[in-house]
Write a protein that binds this ligand. Structure first.
Ligand code: CDP
Length: 794
């Protein structure tokens, strides 16, 4: 049960959602009836099944592979090894970060779970059984697992196949001004420092990754059904990697059971399904199991951040600086815009008006799975927000100031927007104090502090944690942002059929966010036909215009903009057709939602449906106007959008066991103009739950040999209704000045904003014991350990 606050005085008078507001989701009738259609539901005539043999060790030379017994197993059609792929020039594939990744091992295994061989069989069981018959000899090598050790001179070299490479260094990147920042730090009254680790986690969508590849040898076409958040970008990459002409490739991403960044990359399994289909001449299905997904198919975070914040003794924050060690695993396969190897980490400056800021990020290889995906986050925003929000709390503790008061004192003020931050990003709009105060009001902040004081006197460990985040979502514009050379823009096509029913085709791909509803609502708002008369088509490259896809909360900021503009284009065209039908001039017409009418004579006009029929009918149309009511656009956003939020978390820590109970969580979000408040709440609830998982339960850990200790849901814990409180949500509305309808993204805000609020609350609860920091996940064992720190001799 959630408490939303629709009658929200602080939201100002812009808080009306557009058009149809809390419209029930158009996609739900099929989902609630179990009629969703996922990749694993696809069955093609003659389809074969693939399974991947994975390495049991993290680092080893491959001595030999014997596939004879596997090939002889009943039902097995083919066994493919790295050697076979070398012959096809497919043993290595380019990653999204200008590196290459082994599709199947040829020389050396570089992480536990790496792909070693691919069996294609008549059914899944035969394929799985045959994996056990493949004999592989490994010459095991020492592994490098800790990023801090990766740059040591004697560290094992992970990528020794790259000529001349003698270390594990990938890149150095920096933002901000080092000299200016050092100068501000040199004259500051107060400096606090902390090493802050954002541990390796995994998006763990409910549906794992998978593909069904159908290569038709006669005409050379490839139809690939796959779990993809970006079907168009995948098609271009498949054309480049596999050498199949792009017009012969069709990618279909049907219903997707959650993506959260896990389905942005192209994994070896997808490529192997395609190779399997080419080799056997039959469709091949490959769907990974849960352990494969957790162990090999990308990861998130894994940032070791050394952070510092400088301030005056009165609590004016002056500067932030940080050095980050980024563990990218065995191949640099992170998915983010090319120019930004550390994603949008620039936003570590947070929501504060700083004098200076500087960061460096060093990427290293280790013997761990590759990926570095933006798990429900806009390319490292989560890590950045966590860093700055922990530092601000540590500063508040040092200054003995209330953390809410410290934040309120330092926020960028409404009149400072658009605000250019110290790493060169222009925040579009914001009213931070209003959101913070609303969140404090919903929480009853002063009363909570009184309660805490009383409890502390009784020895009870109650904590109140705040986080205030600014996100940066909606990548492009294309001049600054691309993925492997593809500019980050999105297309939309709108067609109004003669009877006034519409179809809008979009280039982004929903994984559960409700695009079929909200994008219909945008069209409904712009041209005045009801959402139920508008079909939203997505997820099929043959059916939709080109665009870069859904991740980093970019659908509404980019594709939402495209949809609003294409609807306006149709509306404008409709004016000319209406003028022809009414035998008047276009400039004599005026628009009201759903119809053009004659200025000064509202009774004379034509509805969109009448105009659609007119467009396809017999009316003589003006010069240059085609006989349809269709349009298409590609929207190149002028800037990112900057949603923000004020979160307050209340925890109780059991002094005996270290168990943390999240008792209350108040989330006030501002995503600009709201399209569907019910969907927004759902997005926020999901993200907050993610945050509880990351803050309290989740880590993909490894032992020294590189064994993955988080390879199943027995070890990698997923939060359930048992671990989360009744969310209390609220909102303010500060429209984006540059987005066609003023909307910003919301999908990832809560995942970004909630972990620091929870950890800040835990540290606040433990502060009487002298605890000033604790690294996630705050499991009972870790919390208990931190509590014992007080007993240790100085
Ligand atoms: O890219 P992704 O769809 O994951 O994220 P998003 O653009 O933040 O949108 C998530 C869902 O919330 C979509 O259905 C949006 O249309 C909806 N939304 C909304 O109703 N109003 C907003 N201002 C932002 C998103």
């Amino acid at each position: 049960v959630a408490v939303d606050h629709p009658a929200n005085p602080a939201a100002g008078d812009e808080d009306r959602p557009i058009g149809y507001g809390r419209l029930q989701r158009k996609e739900d009738p099929r989902f609630v009836r179990g009629k969703g259609h996922y990749v694993d539901d696809i069955v093609l005539p003659g389809m074969l099944h693939g399974a991947i043999l994975r390495s049991p060790v993290a680092h080893a030379r491959l001595v030999s592979i014997d596939t004879a017994a596997a090939l002889a197993h009943p039902g097995v059609v083919a066994v493919i090894t790295g050697k076979d792929l070398l012959g096809l020039n497919l043993a290595w594939a380019p990653t999204l970060s200008a590196d290459v990744q082994a599709v199947l091992v040829t020389d050396k295994v570089r992480f536990q779970g790496q792909e070693v061989a691919f069996v294609v069989a008549e059914d899944r069981y035969a394929a799985r059984d045959a994996l056990e018959l493949i004999e592989v000899e490994y010459d095991v090598l020492p592994a490098v697992i800790d990023a801090r050790q990766a740059l040591a001179p004697d560290a094992p070299v992970v990528r020794d196949e790259i000529e001349g490479r003698t270390d594990n260094h990938i890149f150095d990147w920096e933002a901000g001004d080092a000299a200016e920042t050092d100068a501000v730090f040199a004259s500051a009254d107060v400096i606090v420092s902390q090493e802050i680790v954002y541990p390796r986690s995994h998006p763990a969508p409910m549906e794992t990754c998978g593909a069904v590849a159908d290569f038709e040898p006669i005409d050379g076409t490839l139809t690939l059904y796959e779990t993809s958040q970006a079907p168009h970008a995948h098609r271009t990459l498949f054309a480049i990697v596999a050498g199949i002409p792009e017009h012969k490739i069709r990618i279909v991403s049907p219903d997707i059971g959650g993506g959260f960044g896990n389905k942005v990359g192209i994994y070896p399994g997808y490529i192997l399904a395609v190779v399997g289909s080419i080799v056997t001449g039959k469709p091949v299905k490959w769907v990974e199991d849960r352990s494969e997904n957790l162990m090999s198919t990308s990861f998130a975070r894994d940032y070791i951040m050394q952070g510092e914040i400088a301030a005056t003794k009165e609590g004016k924050i002056l500067a932030v600086r940080t050095n980050v060690l980024a563990d990218h695993g065995a191949f640099n396969a992170t998915a983010q815009p090319t120019k930004y190897p550390a994603g949008f980490f620039h936003i570590f400056t947070g929501s504060y008006d700083l004098q200076a800021a500087h960061c460096t990020v060093t990427g290293v290889y280790t013997n761990k799975a590759p990926g570095g995906v933006a798990y429900a986050c806009s390319f490292r925003v989560t890590e950045a927000v966590y860093l700055v929000e922990r530092l601000v709390d540590i500063l508040a503790h040092k200054l003995e100031m209330d953390p809410a008061e410290l934040r309120l004192k330092n926020f960028i003020k409404p009149e400072q927007f658009p605000y250019l931050n110290k790493t060169g990003w222009e925040y579009d709009s914001g009213n931070y104090e209003r959101a913070m105060r609303l969140s404090m009001e919903i929480a009853g902040y002063d009363e909570l502090r009184r309660e805490q004081k009383e409890k502390r006197e009784r020895g009870e460990l109650m904590g109140i944690g705040i986080s205030f985040f600014t996100e940066t979502v909606g990548a492009g514009p294309r001049k600054h942002m691309d993925i492997v050379g593809l500019g980050m823009a999105d297309g939309a096509e709108l067609r109004i059929h003669p009877t006034g029913k519409a179809v809008v085709r979009i280039s982004v791909q929903s994984q559960g966010q409700g695009h079929e509803t909200t994008f219909a609502q945008i069209v409904a708002e712009e041209i005045g036909i009801p959402p139920e008369d508008i079909e939203v088509v997505h997820g099929d490259t043959d059916q939709t215009p080109f665009g870069l896809g859904t991740y980093g909360s970019r659908s509404t900021p980019v594709s939402g903009g495209a949809v609003a503009l294409v609807a306006r284009k149709v509306r404008e065209k409709a004016k000319f057709i209406a003028a022809a039908m009414l035998e008047t001039r276009p400039e004599d017409l005026e628009w009201e939602k759903g119809r053009w009418f004659v200025k000064g004579d509202p009774s004379v006009g034509k509805t969109i449906a009448e105009i659609a029929m007119g467009a396809h009918g017999t009316v003589t149309l003006p010069e240059g106007i085609d006989g349809n009511l269709d349009a298409e656009v590609t929207y190149d956003p002028p800037n990112l959008t900057f949603p923000f939020g004020a979160y307050i978390c209340v925890v109780d820590v059991d002094p005996g066991t270290g168990h943390v109970k999240v008792r209350r969580f108040i989330a006030v979000d501002d995503c600009g103009t709201r399209i569907n408040p019910m969907i927004i709440e759902g997005q926020v609830h999901g993200g907050l739950t993610d945050g509880v998982g990351m803050a309290l339960m989740q880590i993909i850990e490894f032992d020294e040999a590189g064994n993955n200790l988080g390879g199943s849901f027995m070890d990698y814990l997923i939060p359930t209704a048992m671990e989360v409180p009744n969310w209390e949500t609220g909102f303010t509305v500060t429209p984006s000045p540059h987005h066609p309808i003023g909307a910003k993204g919301i999908g990832e805000s809560a995942t970004v904003g909630s972990p620091p609020a929870i950890v800040n609350a835990i540290v606040d609860a433990l502060s009487p014991l002298g605890v000033t920091h604790i690294d996630m996940p705050c499991t009972p064992a870790r919390v208990w350990e931190a509590m014992q720190g007080r007993a240790r001799p100085p």
